[in-house]
Structures are given as C-alpha cells and as structure tokens.
Design a protein around this ligand. Structure first.
Ligand SMILES: Cc1cc2nc3c(=O)[nH]c(=O)nc-3n(C[C@H](O)[C@H](O)[C@H](O)COP(=O)(O)OP(=O)(O)OC[C@H]3O[C@@H](n4cnc5c(N)ncnc54)[C@H](O)[C@@H]3O)c2cc1C
Length: 442
C-alpha cells in the first residue's frame, strides 16, 4: 500500500489528506509541529478577542481523523531525504514515504530590524504567536503594529478590542495602497482612524529598543520619532516557509517551485498552499497565492493527481475577501492599485464613507475586468461567471441586482450606482428602457 506523507496540517495539507482518503485506500500521515489537529488560522483574531475558544476553530471533531484513517503526528520534520524517500522527525522515528506533499505554509517577514528578537516582539501567524501575543499584551500601555496589510489591521483590531492604544506604522501613502487603489485605501485609512488607531502613514520601523530586562520599551521610526510601547507586532507580510526544503534537491525560488500539476522537480514530491510557487503564474494571478481558498483548491487538485486522475490547478478568476474593522471587503477579478494603459474605471462611494464599489473595465472594448466592493456583499458565483464570460461593464451595472447578497442594499443604492455610472459614461448602454423603468430609473 502506498504511503502518503504530508508535512503541514493547514488547509492545504488537510484538504489533500481528506481528498486522498475519499479517493483511495492509501496510508496517509499528516504531520505538524504547530498543533495536533487542523484549526482555522483565519479565526486566530477571534480567539484573542474572546469570540471563540481554540476548540471552536477546529473544523473537524477529534475523532474524525481516526475514523478516516488519517494518522496524525504532532512533531517537527527536521529533514527530507528524497533519495531514500524518508523524513526525519525531531522526536518520533523516521518515516518512509512513497509520495510526499510539502504544505509547510508561510512565515512572518522580518527584515533584520535591530531588536526584532526582543521579548515583547512577535509576528502573527501561528498558535505559538497567538500565545506570545496573549502574554506580551497583558496590562500594557501601548502596542505598535508594523506593516499595513490584512494581518496588521487584524492585529490592530485585536489590541483595540482590549482597549490597548495602538500605533500602526504603514510604509505606504495610505493603508494597503500597494494593493488597493487610492480611493479605497484612503476610505479605509479614515475608517482606521475613526477607531482611534494612531495610524502613521509613510512611516517605517527603524529599530526596536530594549529596557534593562531585555524587553521592548520603544520603537524608533524612520522619521526619527521614538514611540514608547511594550509590544511590537511584526505584520509586514509573510513569505513561503521553505526552511525544510532549502537543504534538499527540491528546487526553490521564493517558494517551493511547482508546475501546473503542483509537482516539484523531484518525482513523487508535491508542494501546495502558502509555501508553493508556480514556475509560471496563471494569467491574472500571482505565482505565490497565500489565501485560504487557494490552499484548499491546491489540496483538492493534488489529491486527484495522486489518486490517478491527473489534473492541473485551475483556480479560475481571482477573488478574495477580508474585513477592515466594520467594513467588509470583497474583490473579484483584477483591480490593481493603478489603472493599466488599456483600463478605465468607475468608482462610487456612499456619502457615509463606508460603502463603495470600484469597477475596472477595458477602455475600448468595455470588457469587465474586476470589482472591489466595500460594505456591500456581492455573490461570488455571479462575478465568477461574468468574468469567465468576459461580459461588458454595461451588463454588470445593469445586472447588479442579480449579484446582490443583501437585498437591502438595492433598496437604497442600486439606483444611485446606475445613475452615477450613466452620468460618467453616458455613451455606455446600461440597460434597456424597459428595464430602467423596472428599476425606477428614467
Ligand atoms: C492571522 C491570519 C489571518 C488570515 N486571514 C485570512 C482570511 O481572512 N482569508 C484568507 O483567505 N486567508 C487568510 N489568511 C491566510 C491563510 O490563513 C493561509 O493562506 C492559509 O492558512 C495557508 O494554509 P497552508 O495549509 O498553506 O499553510 P499553514 O496553514 O500555514 O500550515 C502549515 C503548517 O505546516 C507546519 N510546518 C511547517 N514546517 C514544518 C515542519 N518542518 N515540520 C512540521 N510541521 C511544519 C506549520 O507549523 C503549519 O502548521 C490569514 C493568515 C493569517 C496568519
């Protein structure tokens, strides 16, 4: 019987294990140094904020693994020997494999800042990081969060939920301005400040200073300001965890290099999830994709291949979602921070400054390229289909109602969005006269 060894029990490794079990009788071993059982990393903030206990974040009952004959090992893999087809573990006997799946996830970026290893400083990725955050933030007067991305805003919200004053250092001109266009980035920056977060834009960490016990006492920024604090969260992005693979014949770049079948250069060795890097990125997507659903899709895909149904990884049009304090965000397709030469845009923002939609489309053909939506939830399946069918922007605007997840929105705003669009682009046909009448727009 083939033995499949999977290193990493996150969404990618766990999904692979589940789907290999569904499709085969192979022996499956799932190893993780972090926790015995799979848990939802995306819910980390809610544990700290007291909305959930750790055990609520486990998607499967503990008995699930035995019932499904998935052998769990809670241990650290120290070495991979691709010639002997064996992995060496820190405290358990070595394991032989027929097929190896590397699903080792990502690690927080640390850019060699002086003081980055001090007591009171941590990234925010693992359960161990969560323990540290819990310990380091007890009774403190101020926390500093370094790096304005999705994890940084979550950590700011976490500290804020415990009434800990937060200074948030963001290198860009506006929050997440390297991903969001100017309009949305400034809307979210305003929203962050409304929550009394001390948001310092265009500001970078230079150094972390210790007190006499070796604990953090302050940070110094690139503007020369010294900010007293007792906790520093390093959230300046993550990078693929290739630690284990670096000393092997498995090829890496920033991540573990894979082809469209998620195969590495070594036969019977695959890489999936946050640690994997496509040799050739799929059009409209990046070579490294570090989000939950792509990990799940890669797990499903690799399981098919390993079970004899070789298929390529085809995730379809890009989408993602997040929450910035009270504002939900979704993105479908491609909305870049700056418009491309062939692109045009339509941005609508409600006077409350908490609802917005940003559409991007082809300047000449009017083909719809993507949307960012804030505070208004739209249906994934509609946009997935429209992007695949390459419909034009007029079609999208006049069919927004179909994509509405929350009918309340359209009572209030559909008319405004269509009217604003028609005002800006009178030459683009939005809907038939009859349909406009139905919508109450004349
Ligand atoms: C705080 C936070 C919030 C997030 N929120 C969202 C969100 O809202 N939406 C979204 O789409 N994505 C979100 N993400 C990203 C998402 O969680 C990741 O893309 C996803 O969890 C990656 O899954 P993975 O299976 O590739 O790796 P991981 O979940 O990182 O699992 C890898 C596992 O491998 C283990 N491992 C590594 N090396 C070894 C070794 N040598 N021996 C043994 N075990 C090892 C690690 O300890 C870890 O447990 C968030 C990430 C973080 C950190």
């Amino acid at each position: 019987m083939k033995h499949i060894v999977i290193i990493g029990n996150g969404i990618a490794g766990t999904t692979a294990a589940r789907h290999i079990r569904k499709n085969s009788d192979y022996d499956i071993t799932l190893i993780s140094a972090e926790s015995k059982h799979f848990w939802s990393r995306t819910a980390l903030m809610y544990i700290y904020m007291g909305h959930m206990k750790y055990h609520h974040t486990k998607p499967y009952e503990d008995r699930f693994w035995k019932k499904n004959r998935i052998n769990l090992i809670h241990d650290y893999v120290e070495k991979i020997d691709t010639k002997q087809k064996q992995v060496t573990l820190a405290s358990s006997p070595p394991l032989r494999y027929d097929v190896l799946i590397i699903a080792t996830g990502a690690k927080p970026n640390k850019f060699g800042w002086p003081g980055q290893e001090l007591e009171g400083v941590t990234g925010m990725v693992s359960l161990q990081d969560l323990d540290r955050i819990e310990r380091y933030t007890q009774g403190i007067a101020r926390g500093v969060v370094v790096g304005g991305g999705l994890i940084g805003i979550e950590l700011s919200e976490m500290l804020h939920s415990r009434n800990i004053p937060v200074t948030f250092l963001v290198r860009e001109k506006q929050f997440w301005n390297n991903v969001l266009p100017e309009q949305e980035a400034s809307m979210i920056s305003r929203h962050i400040r409304e929550h009394h977060i001390d948001l310092k834009l265009e500001t970078e960490l230079k150094e972390i200073l210790p007190d006499k016990n070796g604990r953090v006492r302050a940070v110094v920024t690139n503007t020369g300001e010294e900010i007293a604090c007792q906790f520093v969260g390093l959230t300046a992005g993550v990078h693929p965890n290739t630690d284990l693979v670096k000393s092997t014949a498995i090829e890496t770049n920033r991540g573990v290099l894979v082809n469209e079948f998620l195969e590495t250069n070594i036969p019977d060795v695959y890489a999936i999830g946050d640690c994997a890097e496509r040799r050739k990125a799929i059009a409209g997507r990046t070579a490294i994709e570090q989000v939950w659903y792509t990990g799940r899709m890669m797990g499903e895909t690799v399981a098919q291949t390993i079970c004899g149904n070789k298929i390529a990884y085809h995730p379809g049009p890009w989408f993602n979602s997040a929450k910035f304090f009270d504002i939900e965000y979704q993105t479908y397709g491609n909305v870049k921070p700056q418009l491309g030469a062939n692109e045009d845009e339509f941005y609508w923002e409600h006077s409350s400054g908490k609802l917005a939609m940003h559409f991007v489309f082809d300047k000449n053909e009017q083909t719809f390229f993507g949307i960012n939506t804030f505070g208004i939830r739209l249906k994934h399946e509609c946009f997935d289909q429209w992007l695949k069918e390459k419909v034009d922007i007029g079609h999208i605007i006049s069919h927004l109602r179909e994509a509405n997840f929350d009918p309340e929105f359209f009572k209030n705003h559909e008319k405004d969005v269509i009217q604003a669009f028609s005002g800006q682009y009178p030459e683009i046909r939005v809907a038939s006269r009859q349909r406009r009448k139905t919508l109450g727009i004349f």
